[in-house]
Design a binder for this molecule. Structure first.
Ligand code: HEC
Ligand code: HEC
Length: 446
């Protein structure tokens, strides 16, 4: 076996890649013995050479969720809450204003951060994430241990909702925008309940939670946030799995040669290496690839002048260690780290990274591969000196990932991906957009 196979078996999630590589070559695969794949190294060494005509047939180990026959009473209330602009101080903003259902529940425009508040003029400080595919998000933990073949590996901080992992559940998350002064800006919980009471669905709310529910404002608010969680959990629009990628993995579509090359680069540990953090293989129980490991990294994304808070040179969004998140302020080794998001539907976005610094996949990928080879292109110069990693105070800059490809190059090296390869990678990323098929993992015509 070539040395290439080392990285395949070195990490539990690489096993799936080996399976897939074997399948691309038309080799046999067996979900029960993922690490013992033969002939996989050839495919990994030259993924682009794998014949595009061979259909990967991996159906039996991807289990797509069964859509519920109907939404529960809570979820159908949650759906109405999600679209209800009367729950904001301005009367103009609902969850859907920022999490647009026509944009995979991500931002509807190219603004780095959205405008909200009572006058709809207040800027937040972070880009709006997609609400799709959050269902498998584990609770935040400082150290996430993965059993490896030889030893247990510490994958570092993992999980939790929002860019800094501060929130444990979708219902706790739902309360935050309702009361955030830059978002829906309701003055207090009682004011939210008063609006609920006047809403078109108030009667339905009483039927589901009891005729006297509004006499218990704390309980009413709790039920409202649980209803929002139920909607996001149950409604198939939050986890459709209708991308071309899913169709290809189920054997119902073929990647084009460019998509297949992009897929190879995505998985190649010396080139894109994207799959290291944006896992593209099925998880436990055959659950479909989530395109994230829910882990945190400091990538050194440049400071974004589009965010007004950044005009104050003392302001720095440190991710896990604050200032938004309060409980980890002392954990200096986590400063600058943000959660790796899913890449499903990423090609529908116009803003990338926690601070929305990039607006095209082209620019974002050029940053990944040229951050270290040509830092002057990405960071400002002060007195003739390039301030690399300018969005993080100097004392935390050692936290920034410079070990994982493509972030492991040196000034003057060739970037990990050339122009053509970036084009191929983008072609692959586009296969992650939902809407290719009508059903999870189905062919386009179905
Ligand atoms: C003004 C725009 C805005 C509105 C309105 C808004 N959100 Fe968000 N949402 C955001 C931003 C920005 C983040 C990222 C926050 C962070 O990282 O601190 C976010 C994060 C989230 C997350 C976490 C996603 C993840 O990747 O972990 C969930 C869930 C969520 N919002 C649900 C809701 C719900 C439910 C509503 C309505 C009650 C809502 N949002 C209203 C902007 C908004
Ligand atoms: C070492 C882990 C790691 C590797 C390798 C990696 N990423 Fe990421 N990726 C992250 C993290 C962490 C973030 C969030 C960073 C932030 O917001 O500051 C991220 C963010 C992104 C985003 C922004 C998505 C959004 O919704 O804003 C895209 C797109 C992306 N990565 C694509 C890729 C591609 C393509 C590759 C391969 C060339 C790749 N990543 C390699 C960890 C990684």
């Amino acid at each position: 076996m070539s040395s290439n196979l080392g990285w395949l078996v070195g990490k539990h999630w690489r096993a799936g890649v080996a399976l897939l590589a074997a399948a691309l070559l038309g080799g046999c695969h067996d979900a029960e013995t993922p690490a013992r794949v033969t002939h996989a190294d050839a495919a990994v060494a030259a993924p682009a050479a794998a014949p595009a005509t061979v259909k990967p047939s991996l159906k039996r180990w991807v289990r797509y969720p069964e859509p519920p026959a109907a939404l529960s009473a809570a979820a159908s209330l949650g759906k109405q809450l999600f679209f209800d602009a009367s729950l904001s101080a301005s009367g103009k903003m609902s969850c859907a204003t920022c999490h647009s259902p026509d944009h995979a529940y991500g931002p509807p425009n190219g603004l780095a951060v959205q405008l909200g508040g009572a006058d709809m003029q207040r800027q937040g400080t972070r880009a709006v994430p997609s609400l799709r595919y959050l269902g498998f998000t584990p609770k935040f933990t400082r150290h996430y241990y993965v059993p490896g073949p030889d030893e247990t590996e510490d994958e570092g901080p993992t999980g939790g909702f929002t860019h800094d992992g501060a929130v444990d559940s979708l219902h706790e998350q739902a309360l935050i925008p309702l009361l955030n002064v830059n978002e829906m800006a309701m003055p207090n919980p009682a004011a939210v309940v008063a609006r609920l009471q006047k809403a078109a669905y108030a009667e339905q709310f009483r039927q589901v939670y009891g005729v006297d529910i509004f006499e218990h404002p704390a309980a009413a608010l709790q039920q409202a946030t649980l209803a929002l969680e139920a909607f996001q959990t149950e409604d198939p629009s939050f986890h459709p799995y209708t991308s071309k990628f899913d169709a290809a993995m189920a054997g119902n579509a073929d990647f084009t040669p460019a998509e297949l090359r992009g897929y190879g680069l995505f998985n190649n540990p010396n080139k894109g290496n994207c799959a290291k953090c944006h896992i593209d293989t099925p998880g436990p129980g055959g659950r479909p690839a989530q395109f994230t490991d829910f882990g945190f990294q400091a990538l050194g994304v440049p400071r974004n002048p589009e965010i007004a808070a950044n005009r104050n040179p003392k302001h720095a969004d440190l991710g896990i260690c604050g200032p938004d998140r309060k409980d980890m302020a002392q954990e200096a080794e986590f400063c600058g780290m943000f959660k790796s998001p899913t890449l499903r539907n990423v090609a529908t976005r116009e803003v990338f990274f926690h601070n929305g610094r990039f607006h095209t996949l082209q620019d974002m990928l050029h940053f990944y591969v040229e951050r270290d080879t040509d830092p002057a292109k990405w960071y400002p110069k002060v007195k003739g000196k390039v301030i690399k990693f300018d969005d993080l105070p100097p004392r935390y800059r050692a936290n920034i990932d410079s070990l994982d490809a493509p972030l492991n190059r040196k000034a003057g090296d060739a970037p990990a991906l050339n122009e053509e390869e970036i084009g191929d990678l983008i072609a692959f990323l586009k296969t992650l957009n939902d809407g290719y098929s009508a059903r999870s993992g189905a062919a386009r015509s179905e």
